[in-house]
Ligand binder design. Structure first.
Ligand SMILES: Nc1ncnc2c1ncn2[C@@H]1O[C@H](COP(=O)(O)OP(=O)(O)OP(=O)(O)O)[C@@H](O)[C@H]1O
Ligand SMILES: [Mg+2]
Length: 363
C-alpha cells in the first residue's frame, strides 16, 4: 500500500483552511475595510465612532473584515466586544455578555432589570466601546430593534462613547428598526458576492499558504473555482481545497487532481445544506419541506395556498421566508416557468429532494 508518511503531507499549513482562520490579507475588500476603518477612526481619538451596518450575502467577508479591523484597534485604548448572535439570542444574554466583558465579573441572575445592568456597564467603562453584533438577522425582529436602542440610550443617558457594528445577511435589516430608528443612524457598507476572478485570487492565496508548491493542478483549481462560482459560496471553495487535499493524500498522491475535487464535492453538499438549514426557524423549515415535497415546479401563489391551509401565515411573512430561502441558496425564485416568460414567480429546487428531506430530519 502506498501512503504519505507524517512529514510527507501535501499541506504546508492545514490550519489555513480552518473556518475560523483570519488571513493577513483580505483580497478585494479594500473599499469595505477602508469604510469600516474610517467609521471607527473617531474611537482611536477617544470619541464616539460612527455606527455601521455590514450587509451582504453569506461568505462575502463581512465577519473577516470586521475582525481584521478589531485586531487593529487592540493597539489603542478602545474596548471591543464581539457577539455572535447565533449563540446569544436574547436581549438578556447579549447585555450579560457585554456586562461580563466590561465589568469583568459574572452578570447578575435573570430578574435584575436590563436597565440596571446597562447602568453598571456605563459606570465601569472608562474608554470608547465598539460593540459588534454578528449575524444580527438571526435574532427575532423585536430583539433586533431593542438592542441598538438599549446601547444607543447608554450614549444619551450616560454619555457613553459607543459605536455599534451590526453584521447582517438581510438587506432589509435597517428597515426593521422602528424604535431604535430614532437613535441609531448607521452607515451601510455593502459586501457583494465575489466574481470568478476574485474567487480565483482568494483561493490562490490560500493555496500558496496552505499547500507545498505545485500541489494543486491547474485543472483541479479551475474545477474548484467553477463549483464555488456556481454555488456563490467562497466557503465551499475553501472546504473543497482542504478536502481535495485530504483525498489526494489518501491516494498517496502529492498533487490534487480533478478526481479529488469530485470526491470532495460529493461529501461537501450534505455539510453545506445542513449548515444553511441550521439558520432556519420552524416556519421556515416547514416552507422548505413543503417546496421539496411537491413534485413539479410550483408558482409562489399556489405554494402560498398550500402553506396557508396548513399554517395560517400572512402573505408578507410567506414572502419573507421565500426570500430567505433564496438568499441561503436553498431555492431559486424566477419569473415565468421553464423557458417561458411571464410575471408569475416560480420556485426552483436547487438540490435533490432526498438531500434536503434527509437534512431536515436532523432538526
Ligand atoms: N476577501 C477575502 N480574502 C480572503 N479570504 C476571505 C475573503 N472574504 C472571505 N474570506 C474567507 O471566506 C470565509 C467566509 O468569510 P466570512 O466569514 O468573513 O464571511 P461572512 O460574510 O461573514 O459570511 P456569513 O454571512 O455567512 O457569516 C472565511 O473563511 C474567510 O476567511
Ligand atoms: Mg459572518
Amino acid at each position: 500500500m502506498k501512503i504519505l508518511w507524517g512529514d510527507e503531507s501535501i499541506f504546508k499549513d492545514e490550519s489555513v483552511f480552518d473556518p475560523e482562520y483570519l488571513p493577513e490579507v483580505l483580497l478585494h475588500r479594500d473599499r469595505q475595510l477602508d469604510s469600516i476603518a474610517v467609521n471607527l477612526r473617531l474611537a482611536v481619538k477617544g470619541k464616539s465612532p460612527i455606527h455601521t451596518v455590514c450587509i451582504g450575502p453569506p461568505a462575502t467577508g463581512k465577519t473577516s473584515c470586521v475582525r481584521f479591523i478589531l485586531n487593529k484597534l487592540r493597539d489603542f485604548d478602545v474596548k471591543s466586544v464581539y457577539i455572535r448572535c447565533l449563540t446569544y439570542r436574547t436581549e438578556y444574554n447579549i447585555v450579560s455578555k457585554v456586562y461580563e466583558i466590561v465589568c469583568e465579573k459574572l452578570a447578575p441572575q435573570k430578574g435584575v432589570p436590563i436597565s440596571s445592568m446597562l447602568s453598571d456597564i456605563s459606570e465601569s467603562l472608562s474608554s470608547v466601546i465598539v460593540l459588534v453584533l454578528d449575524d444580527v438577522n438571526l435574532l427575532n425582529v423585536a430583539i433586533i430593534d431593542d438592542i441598538p436602542y438599549d446601547f444607543c440610550k447608554m450614549h444619551e443617558e450616560f454619555s457613553v462613547r459607543i459605536g455599534i457594528i451590526c453584521i447582517s445577511t438581510d438587506v432589509r435589516f435597517t428597515g426593521m428598526l422602528q424604535k431604535s430608528g430614532s437613535v441609531f443612524h448607521p452607515d451601510d457598507i455593502y459586501f457583494p458576492l465575489y466574481g470568478e476572478c476574485e474567487i480565483e485570487d482568494i483561493l490562490g492565496w490560500r493555496i500558496e499558504r496552505g499547500f507545498y508548491s505545485n500541489a494543486v493542478s491547474d485543472e483541479a483549481l479551475d474545477e474548484i473555482v467553477s463549483l464555488t462560482v456556481k454555488h456563490g459560496d467562497l466557503r465551499l471553495g475553501l472546504y473543497l481545497l482542504r478536502m481535495s487535499g485530504i483525498s489526494a493524500e489518501r491516494r498517496a498522491s502529492r498533487r490534487v487532481e480533478v478526481e479529488d475535487v469530485k470526491n470532495a464535492y460529493e461529501g461537501s453538499m450534505k455539510v453545506f445544506v445542513a449548515k444553511s438549514i441550521s439558520a432556519l426557524n420552524s416556519d421556515e423549515r416547514e416552507v422548505l419541506m413543503t417546496i421539496y415535497l411537491i413534485d413539479e415546479e410550483v408558482s409562489s401563489g399556489d405554494l402560498y395556498t398550500i402553506i396557508y391551509n396548513e399554517v395560517k401565515m400572512s402573505y408578507t411573512r410567506f414572502y419573507e421566508i421565500l426570500e430567505k430561502l433564496e438568499r441561503l441558496r436553498l431555492i431559486d425564485v424566477v419569473m415565468g416557468s421553464k423557458g417561458k416568460r411571464g410575471r408569475t414567480r416560480y420556485i426552483i429546487k436547487r438540490y435533490k429532494r432526498v438531500m434536503i428531506l434527509e437534512a431536515l430530519k436532523e432538526f
